[in-house]
Design a protein. Structure first.
Length: 115
């Protein structure tokens, strides 16, 4: 699974505008080929901290999203931010069975940056 996470800090006067812009994109992003999940969150500690999280079945699906019109619109909405956004791309590797904390096999990595 390949993921994108975008953390954003927005001023209180622009929070609603940004939230509406991103919320309007979520359904169309969820319909993209290979999209497993697409959500938009607000921090419980700071209402001006927002996060977009998307998951795709494959690297190709994520790359397709990053090249999509929806993603361009999402980036265009970033002009409302108080400071530059933080975007992370990573691959999630899952392991079959249960692992006790600290006993996960070496080949099972929870998160790996995509480069």
């Amino acid at each position: 699974m390949f993921c994108v996470s975008i953390r954003m800090m927005v001023g209180p006067e622009k929070r609603m505008e940004l939230a509406q812009a991103i919320t309007s994109l979520v359904c169309s992003i969820r319909a993209e080929k290979g999209c497993r999940c697409c959500n938009f969150y607000q921090s419980v500690e700071d209402e001006n901290e927002l996060c977009f999280l998307g998951e795709w079945d494959s690297r190709e699906g994520l790359v397709g999203h990053l090249r999509s019109e929806g993603f361009k619109v999402l980036l265009g909405a970033m002009h409302l931010l108080k400071k530059p956004h933080e975007m992370s791309l990573y691959e999630v590797v899952t392991c079959p069975g249960k692992a006790v904390e600290g006993d996960a096999p070496q080949e099972c990595t929870a998160k790996q940056a995509v480069g």
